[in-house]
Design a protein around this ligand. Structure first.
Ligand code: GLU
Length: 439
C-alpha cells in the first residue's frame, strides 16, 4: 500500500514550488488508492505558527488536494527522543561542542587547503574529561555518524544516484538548545508512518543520502525517493527570491483557477504536453513521474492567467454552483446564464459584472445619430420571456423596418443593451436581460 506525505513547515505561505511537491505526492497516493498524509514540520517553535498551518490547509483545500491524515511534528517530540536514544545505544550518535564560529573557521581552513568542508569529527576524539569540561561550559549538539561508504538509490526522476558519505558532514540532528532538527524528525516520521514514496525538491538530494543511513540505523524501511527539479523564472533565474510573491493564496486572490494551476504543474517540466483538465481526478491517470526531467524547470506566472480563462471557458456549471448561488442567480436562469457567461470571463470575479448586466441592465449608450433608430428598435423588442431565437427575430424585424444591416444594425443595439462595443454573444445574452433600458 502506497503512503506518501507532503511535509511543509508552517513557517511561511505555500508557493508554486511547494505545490509541485504536494501535487506529485498526492497523485502518487491517489493513483494506487493509498494514503496521503499532510505532515506539518513544526519543530522550530520560534518560526512555526498556527496561522501558517491553517493557511496551508486552506490552500490545499482550495486546490482539492485533500489529505487522509494530518500529523504535526511538535506533538511527537517523545518519539524523537526515543529515536535519539536508539541511535546513541547503537553508537551512531555523538555529542559535539564546536560553536558556529569554530565550525566556520574549520570550514574556511579546509577550503583554503582545497579540501571539502566536511566536519572533521574531532568531537569523537574528546576524552571523557574534556567532554565533561565542555559540557559544563555549553550545551552540546548531536551528530549522526555516517558510515563512510557510497550511498546509492534509484531515484524516480533522477535515475541511479550515488553519494559518497565521506563527502558529507555528519548531520546535526539535535541542536545545542535541544531542538530536534528536521532530519531526525522527518526520518522518524517516514519510518513510523510507513511512508513508501517520497517526492521532494532536488535541493534535498544530499539529505536523502544521509536519511537513508539514518533510516537503516533505526531499522526502518527506506522509501522510494524521487527528486523533482526546482522551478526557475522564465529567464532561468532563481525563483527563491520571488517565491514570496508566488504564494498560493495570492494566486487565488488574483483569480487563478485551481485546475489551471494543477494541470500546469502536473506537466510542467515533463516530456508530456499540457492537458487542461476540469477535475483533479482526471490528472491522476495521465500522471507519470518518470516523464519529468532533471533540468531546472522554467515557470512563468503570466501563463496562469490565460490558462485560468481557458479552464473557465469550458467549465461545467457544477464547478460554479457556489458562485452563482452567492450572486443569487435564480435556479432556472443558472444554466443559460453560465453558458453565456463562461465564454466572457477571464476570472471568476468577472461573473458578478455579467450577472449585474443581466439583472440590472445598464444605462443605454446611444450615439446621437442612432437615437431614432434605437427608439424604433425598442418598439420591436420581443416581449419577455425571450426565447433563444429572440435576438434573431428582433434584428430581422429591425432590419426590415429600418433598412439597416451589418455593423450599422448590430452595433447600436449592442451598445444600447450592454453599454459596450464588445461582449457576450447577443443571442445568448438577450434572453437573460431582465432590465433593458437601465435603472
Ligand atoms: N519540511 C521539509 C521541507 O519543506 C520537508 C522536506 C521533505 O519532504 O522531507 O523542505
Amino acid at each position: 500500500m502506497t503512503t506518501t506525505r507532503f511535509a511543509p513547515s508552517p513557517t511561511g505561505f505555500l508557493h508554486v514550488g511547494n505545490l509541485r511537491t504536494a501535487l506529485f505526492n498526492w497523485v502518487i497516493a491517489r493513483k494506487s488508492g493509498g494514503t496521503f498524509i499532510l505532515r506539518l514540520d513544526d519543530t522550530d517553535p520560534t518560526r512555526s505558527t498556527v496561522e501558517f498551518a491553517d493557511q496551508i490547509k486552506r490552500d490545499m483545500d482550495w486546490l482539492g488536494l485533500m489529505w487522509d491524515r494530518v500529523e504535526t511534528q511538535s506533538s511527537r517530540l517523545d518519539r524523537y527522543n526515543e529515536a535519539a536514544d536508539e541511535l546513541r545505544a547503537s553508537g551512531r550518535f555523538y555529542e559535539c561542542f564546536e560553536t558556529p564560529t569554530e565550525l566556520d573557521l574549520k570550514r574556511k581552513k579546509q577550503l583554503n587547503m582545497r579540501k571539502p568542508p566536511v566536519y572533521d569529527r574531532s568531537a569523537l576524539t574528546l576524552t571523557d574529561a574534556e567532554r565533561d569540561a565542555l559540557r559544563a561550559e555549553r550545551s552540546g549538539h548531536w551528530r549522526f555518524k555516517l558510515d563512510q561508504e557510497r550511498i546509492e538509490w534509484n531515484d524516480g526522476i533522477l535515475g541511479d544516484l550515488s553519494i559518497d558519505a565521506a563527502s558529507v558532514s555528519d548531520p546535526v540532528l539535535i541542536r545545542g538548545d535541544g531542538q530536534f532538527l528536521y532530519t531526525l524528525a522527518s526520518v522518524c516520521d517516514d519510518v513510523d508512518f510507513g511512508i513508501t514514496n517520497v517526492v521532494r525538491g532536488s535541493d534535498h538530494v544530499t539529505n536523502t543520502a544521509t536519511q537513508i543511513q539514518i533510516i537503516e540505523a533505526l531499522v526502518g524501511t527506506v522509501p522510494a525517493f524521487a527528486h523533482h527539479s526546482l522551478l526557475t523564472g522564465p529567464q532561468g533565474e532563481g525563483l527563491s527570491k520571488r517565491l514570496g510573491t508566488l504564494a498560493l493564496k495570492d494566486l487565488r486572490e488574483q483569480g487563478v483557477e485551481p485546475m489551471a494551476l494543477l494541470s500546469h504543474m502536473a506537466r510542467l517540466g515533463s516530456s508530456q504536453p499540457l492537458e487542461l483538465q476540469q477535475h483533479l481526478a482526471d490528472l491522476i491517470d495521465g500522471f507519470d513521474l518518470s516523464s519529468f526531467g532533471s533540468a531546472p524547470t522554467k515557470f512563468d506566472v503570466a501563463d496562469l492567467g490565460p490558462l485560468s480563462a481557458k479552464v473557465l471557458h469550458s467549465m461545467g456549471i457544477s464547478s460554479v454552483q457556489a458562485d452563482l448561488e452567492a450572486l443569487e442567480v435564480p435556479g432556472d436562469l443558472a444554466a443559460p446564464f453560465w453558458a453565456m457567461a463562461r465564454e466572457n470571463i477571464e476570472t471568476r470575479a468577472d461573473i458578478a459584472a455579467l450577472w449585474a448586466l443581466c439583472r440590472d441592465g445598464v444605462e443605454p449608450v446611444v450615439d446621437a445619430e442612432d437615437g431614432d433608430f434605437i427608439d424604433q428598435a425598442m418598439k420591436l423588442l420581443p416581449a419577455e420571456p425571450r426565447s433563444d431565437t429572440a435576438w434573431k427575430e428582433w434584428t430581422t424585424a429591425v432590419k426590415a423596418a429600418t433598412g439597416r444591416k451589418g455593423k450599422g444594425l448590430f452595433m447600436p443595439l449592442r451598445k444600447a443593451l450592454t453599454g459596450m462595443e464588445h461582449g457576450p454573444d447577443m443571442s445568448k445574452l438577450l434572453p437573460l436581460l431582465q432590465n433593458i433600458g437601465g435603472r
